[in-house]
Design a protein around this ligand. Sequence first.
Ligand SMILES: N[C@@H](CCC(=O)N[C@@H](CS)C(=O)NCC(=O)O)C(=O)O
Length: 232
Amino acid sequence: MITLYQFPAAFGLPNPSAFCLKLETFLRLAGLPYQVKDLTDPRKAPKAKLPMIDLDGERLCDSAHIQARLTSQFKLELDAQRSPQQRGQDVALTRLLDEHFYWLVVYFRWLDDDAWPRLCPQFFGHLPAPLKWLVPKVARAQVRRDLQGQGLGRHSPAELLAFARSDLQACADLLGEQAFFGGQAPSSVDACAYGHLANALTSSFKTPLDALGSEFPTLTAYCQRMQARLWP
Ligand SMILES: N[C@@H](CCC(=O)N[C@@H](CS)C(=O)NCC(=O)O)C(=O)O
């Protein structure tokens, strides 16, 4: 049995974490049975990040590692039809979303001064006093440090929006006229694309990134298509 440990649903999405939504979408695409356990404190996971799964008593972390393990253990064929060139593009798109675009969404949720007073009660409102005042301060300082270290936190909001626009343009160009990044049917890269794009473009938690949604109608239509297929 697979148990998926992830943050609770929020923002009108199955999950407000792009990586948790990526992995749960993958499980649905693969047709693997699973149960969900909500966790609000990622420090309880061995690598202090979510998602993680318990697979017959073994704890596995990192959406990419988990997908690779499930693919080999259950002989999944989600990517069987992908050519070497398409597989290369899938890795490149995954890196763009996981390692670059993700941080832009983090910035506009956590460090934008308009977003923070709305985010704070959503993520930390369940904590008892005085934790609900202390933990958000520590967590926000950690996010600020992470973004400084990653490098994107050194840019202005306008520069970050320009990066987001070019990331989304790359996604729209790769999608082209196809229904899914995998072609006529979703492949595993669609789990990643949906996790990130749905969080940035279709969340009820509004950030400056929402303005970009109208510039990329094929991507918002894509999110709706994935939602209808996997999250009816
Ligand atoms: N490479 C990891 C990234 C997971 C990740 O960054 N998870 C975030 C939530 S979206 C997290 O748990 N952050 C908690 C923290 O950094 O303290 C994966 O693919 O699963």
